[in-house]
Design a binder for this molecule. Sequence first.
Ligand code: KIV
Length: 271
Amino acid sequence: MSIHSEIKKVTTHTLQRMKANGEKISMITAYDYSFARIFDAAGIDVILVGDSASNVMAGHETTLPITLDQMIYHASSVMRGVNRAFVVVDLPFGSYQSNSKEALASAIRIMKETGAHGIKCEGGEEILESVHRILAAGIPVIGHLGLTPQSIYKFGTYTVRAREEAEAEKLKKDAKLLEEAGCSAIVLEKIPADLAKTVAESVQIPIIGIGAGRYCDGQVLVMHDLLGINTEFQPRFLRRYLKLHEEITGAVRQYITDVKSSDFPNEQEQY
Ligand code: KIV
């Protein structure tokens, strides 16, 4: 018997069952093998290879510049570290907005070249044809509504979305459309908690929040924010679990001191 069969992998059915049982879903971003391996072994349910890689890995101001090839590189690295978690990969800006054929081709490249389990894309009604086409090919899709960073130049700011009734109504309608299309889950970013609650109660699929309050079926955070690798980004919704920026700075400073003082390496640290 293979050892792989002993690991109970998280699937779209697991996520569905968790929602039905009221069990919260944990999701975190990852972009490389080493962190993905740690998060998976820690028991995370879902790993998102987010296009936030454009910000936190490549240093761009927005998520727009990252390419499909770059997302595939990150996702295939993540996949080599994962045994249990469900791994979903963002379709990057420009890889799905032109038409549904292009969207399907991009999703297929991700599935074939990375081994990931599904894709995520931003938008509702505007991208519905693409969502249908990708789902028809058997590829799980996670939607993303509310603050959708690929549209940042349309919004103009990263402030809370859907406070106005018209936008809230559209978001509720889009969530229903994505559910009816067959999406496995929806990420809601930076919207009022009461609106997220209404949406979570009105659909059967899991609602994963980021800055969308406590009533969501699960939560997602960007790993660099959660671990305190970023210090500048301090939105109200963020809970930091470590101060890695400080820890790493201290460690590297100590290393520099040890090298310069000839303390490192010592007798035991050489051959
Ligand atoms: O790219 C990303 O990290 C995301 C999360 C913010 C949900 O889409």
